[in-house]
Design a protein around this ligand. Structure first.
Ligand SMILES: Nc1ncnc2c1ncn2[C@@H]1O[C@H](COP(=O)(O)OP(=O)(O)O)[C@@H](O)[C@H]1O
Ligand SMILES: [Mg+2]
Length: 245
């Protein structure tokens, strides 16, 4: 079986007037199904550019990108959107939830776009919210939820279509240490128990330490790619912090 993600000699140039920014240079990267990998690197090193290509939001300037064996790098925007909707769930730093809209309705949204009927939407959104531990909060709106709970709603929304791949760009960037570990422990559980492949962009070392593999970017190049022998267990780190004070 092909790897889930294969980037081959990928370049990404951003052209603005006479200036060209070479945001990715000759990137080769393979991610197998079931991996939990962190992408780290200083600001401007190309992390988001790489995530946008992997997420089928953008395409390489040169080189090949295959997702689940499909050559998506060269496809049209519409074709990439179809692949994206089928295979990828996104989690963002800012949660991107609709305000004045309940957790349940936020999570149902991707199913509305797919034309899933109301009863089935409701059932699947509930199941997804249960999975992230928010079964008791389905009728709460974002302003009635903590930051960590809002991010869990966003994770439930990303999961409701049952994608094999979750992409998270700085998912804990707006959260304190305790809440970051809560979110990470959820992502680790989804990876281990549901087999979901997860890529997390982060600049926080303790978050990257929870990944099985750490890919370091610098100036658009993959500078190192290291497998962790014993990744940190976020649930254990959370327990070690003691009760919330
Ligand atoms: N839309 C764009 N147009 C021009 N330059 C861009 C654009 N997006 C990113 N860049 C440049 O590409 C480089 C990589 O950016 P980015 O992938 O956002 O880095 P990171 O996510 O690691 O901070 C940076 O030099 C950035 O300024
Ligand atoms: Mg970025």
């Amino acid at each position: 079986m092909a790897a889930l993600i294969e980037l081959e000699h990928v370049d990404k140039d951003y052209v603005s007037g006479p200036a060209v920014v070479r945001a990715l240079r000759d990137v080769d990267l393979t991610i197998e199904r079931g991996e939990l990998a962190a992408i780290v690197g200083t600001s401007g090193s190309g992390k988001s550019t790489m995530m946008n290509i992997i997420g089928c939001l953008d395409r390489p300037t040169r080189g090949a990108y295959r997702l689940d064996g499909l050559d998506v790098g060269g496809r049209s925007n519409d074709a990439r959107a179809i692949v994206r909707n089928r295979l990828i769930g996104f989690i963002f730093q800012g949660f991107n939830l609709l305000p004045r809209t309940t957790a349940q309705e936020n999570v149902e949204l991707p199913l509305v776009y797919r034309g899933v009927g109301q009863r089935e939407r409701r059932r699947r959104a509930r199941a997804s919210l249960e999975l992230v531990g928010l079964g008791e909060r389905v009728h709460h709106t974002p302003n009635q939820l903590s930051g960590g709970q809002q991010q869990r709603v966003a994770i439930a929304r990303a999961l409701v279509t049952e994608p094999p791949l979750l992409l998270a760009d700085e998912p804990t960037g707006n959260l304190d240490t305790r809440t970051s570990y809560e979110v990470l422990s959820l992502l680790q559980a989804l990876n281990r128990e549901q087999g979901i492949t997860i890529l997390i962009v982060t600049h926080e070392h303790d978050i990257a330490a929870c990944a099985d593999r750490v890919i370091t970017m610098r100036d658009g190049v993959v500078r190192s790619d290291v497998r962790a022998e014993a990744p940190m267990d976020a649930a254990r780190e959370l327990a070690a912090l003691g009760p919330p004070g």
